[in-house]
Design a protein around this ligand. Structure first.
Ligand SMILES: Nc1nc2c([nH]c(=O)n2[C@H]2C[C@H](O)[C@@H](COP(=O)(O)OP(=O)(O)OP(=O)(O)O)O2)c(=O)[nH]1
Ligand SMILES: [Mg+2]
Length: 315
């Protein structure tokens, strides 16, 4: 049987405070019926994704889309068809959403999303919706007090919402002590903290997750931490991206986009190769390596979740 290929444009429509997204329930008599979805539908012949998005959201919800940005593209094999979900993040719209086709429509808080039943293809979309566009990787810093001052500045002034604690020079005891302090600060600001450490460390420090180095990533056979925690990994090529998907990483960094002082000998990917790798990854990908916040829009235009950086946030 030759599978039908379906190209769908769908929207993550955010409330003005960014804390809720709009979900719709698929009618019980259609494919994936009764499950919740991001509103949208199939591209008509010769339509672009954005044109289809605008038309579908008007037809289904009575909304007029003003501004949108690509969020993630997800390929999924259902038994009867291959679906490409081309998901956009909608920033500006007018109108009051209602189910014009009789479907239930609901604003849902981001931290309640996982309690809704979605089609199988939607897991990467949920991750992308819940993750910010910037991922701070902490710099080597010998002194805990200096470390905390710089971290707090980034949380307060740059509005960073996702942090990886990277500290290769600290021994285990010093790393744990720093992690506890960093965690207390992150909790104050409602920020997620991932430990760049052995997954077992999560049993001793109750952080939000683990970031795997590419070496650790490649040695694992399965996801090493609970589903309720976040698992990210460092990747540099297709094999590592495939391994990240195999063990169930929630998202990854892909580097180096450019040459950097910390990794002067690594061959940079450049935007072209980066883009080729992102779409098949099937999960949110942060561009890393010489990235600043000025690159975030470009990164998103080529399919990334956003940018990860040490230097741009560490001042
Ligand atoms: N809109 C949307 N579709 C999704 C999501 N997740 C998911 O697997 N799908 C699948 C289900 C369907 O097979 C396909 C969407 O097709 P659809 O039937 O809604 O398309 P449509 O609105 O154009 O429907 P129609 O006018 O052709 O009846 O994508 C999602 O979050 N949103
Ligand atoms: Mg639809």
């Amino acid at each position: 049987m030759i599978k039908r290929r379906v190209h769908v444009a769908a929207a993550a429509i955010f409330s003005s405070d960014g804390q809720q997204v709009l979900l719709a329930r698929r009618p019980s008599n259609v494919d994936q019926g009764g499950l919740w979805e991001f509103p949208g539908g199939k591209l008509a012949p010769f339509e672009t994704g954005f044109e289809a998005l605008k038309r579908e959201l008007h037809e289904e919800l009575g909304l007029t889309i003003e501004r949108a940005q690509p969020l993630i593209r997800v390929h999924h094999e259902y038994p009867n068809k291959h679906v490409l979900l081309d998901v956009w993040q909608v920033h500006g719209f007018s109108g009051e959403a209602y189910g014009r086709e009789g479907q239930a429509v609901r604003w849902v808080a981001l931290d309640e999303l996982f309690s809704y039943p979605f089609p199988a293809a939607n897991l990467p979309i949920l991750r992308a919706v819940m993750l910010p566009t910037e991922y701070l990787i902490s710099a080597e810093e010998d002194d805990d007090a200096v470390f905390l001052t710089k971290l707090e500045r980034a949380l307060k002034e740059d509005g960073v919402r996702l942090v990886q604690l990277r500290a290769k020079r600290l021994d285990e005891a010093a790393y744990i002590a720093r992690a506890e302090k960093a965690l207390a600060l992150c909790r104050e600001y409602n920020v997620r903290l991932l430990l760049n450490a052995e997954p077992e460390l999560l049993e001793r420090v109750d952080a939000d997750g683990i970031h795997l180095t590419s070496d650790r990533l490649m040695t694992l056979e399965r996801r090493p931490i609970a589903e309720g925690k976040w698992l990210s990994g460092s990747t540099h090529d297709r094999a590592q991206l495939e391994q990240a998907a195999r063990i169930g990483c929630d998202f990854v960094t892909l580097s180096p986009l450019r040459t950097t002082p910390t990794h002067p000998d690594a061959e940079p990917l450049g935007w072209h190769d980066f883009q080729q790798l992102v779409e098949p990854a099937g999960m949110p990908v942060f561009a890393l390596g010489g990235m600043t916040r000025h690159d975030a829009n470009h990164a998103r235009a080529v399919g990334a979740q956003g940018i990860a950086s040490i230097r741009d946030f560490w001042k």
